[in-house]
Write a protein that binds this ligand. Structure first.
Ligand code: PXL
Length: 295
């Protein structure tokens, strides 16, 4: 699949003609008051990729660059009603999930996705980013919701995108090398998604980030330069958001993930400090001055 123009080494997604309706996507996720992760990260990437983003909010977190100090869940029926409202009018070419907070919220989302035609066997592919905790270790998904995530949401996913901590929580597998990364991909696939992306984190070496994508037949290795920065808040959300945009453009899952990797790597290279803690990855690099190096 060929994309749009190449900007600063990144081949972007095709643009909508001026005045025409852009591709549309839906994020089902939590709000980050600090603006770096959650629905705010998703909307930053959607906008910078020229895609219209709609939102179903699951929870409102209270956080800044130092951590999450609390959150309030949205009523499951209100989460479902947001999805219904968006899909019955605006529609979407792809959707994603992020922070889901609780089992009743996941149940409501799964039921509504079924009713709204979102999921792996529909025309609206679903990216499931199984957010369990913040980068500071604050829990964003109740322990009691893990089973619901695995048993009900994973079978609906076109692709799941866990990091290594989430892989351990969901499959019990501690990924330490290429063999265990493959075992984890197989275990995730057994839970029902069409594809599993096991993000490599610090696996193998400190200057590469080897992700593994698997669909039950083919292992696709996506090795990319690791950007070493403490300002990586929202990196997982940004990757999943970019994958969602590419899927809405009709990219295959391997092409969409490959695009998402390049996008998040460029956003990490442009990350900036904010407050006294961890700053966010930076999708705004497209409207900033030329790159000067790493934050
Ligand atoms: O980056 C994961 C994430 C997703 N969603 C929300 C978050 C975080 C991390 O802090 O706060 C709302």
């Amino acid at each position: 699949m060929t994309g749009g123009t190449v900007v600063d080494g990144v081949e972007l997604l095709p643009c909508a003609a001026p005045g025409s309706v852009p591709k549309r996507v839906l994020t089902i996720a939590g709000s980050d008051s600090g603006g770096g992760a959650g629905i705010q990260a998703d909307m930053r990437t959607f906008a910078m990729l020229g895609v219209h983003g709609s939102v179903a909010v699951t929870a409102v977190t209270v956080q800044n660059s130092l951590g999450v100090t609390g959150f309030q869940e949205i009523a499951p029926s209100t989460v479902a009603a947001q999805i219904d409202s968006v899909m019955s009018d605006i529609g979407a070419g792809a959707a994603k999930t992020g922070m889901l907070a609780s089992a009743p919220i996941i149940d409501a989302i799964v039921d509504q996705c079924g009713a709204s035609g979102i999921g792996r066997d529909t025309s609206v592919p679903l990216v499931v980013d199984p957010v369990c905790a913040s980068m500071h270790g604050n829990q964003l998904l109740a322990d009691s919701a893990l089973g619901t995530l695995r048993d009900r949401l994973f079978p609906l996913a076109t692709v799941v995108t866990p990091n290594l901590d989430e892989v351990r929580l969901i499959t019990g597998i501690d990924v330490t090398d290429t063999a265990s990364q493959r075992d984890a991909a197989r275990a995730l696939l057994d839970l029902g998604p069409r594809w599993a992306l096991v993000k490599g984190g610090h696996l193998r070496s400190s200057d590469h980030s080897p992700d593994l994508l698997y669909d039950g037949t083919e292992f696709v290795e996506l090795d990319h330069e690791r950007i070493d920065t403490v300002h990586d808040h929202g990196a997982g959300d940004t990757l999943a958001a970019a994958i969602t945009c590419a899927l809405a453009h009709g990219y295959s899952v391997p092409d969409a993930v490959s695009f998402g990797k390049k996008w998040v790597t460029r956003c990490l290279a442009a990350a900036y400090p904010l407050g006294g803690g961890h700053g966010p990855v930076n999708p705004l690099w497209r409207v900033s001055g030329p790159a000067t190096g790493r934050a």
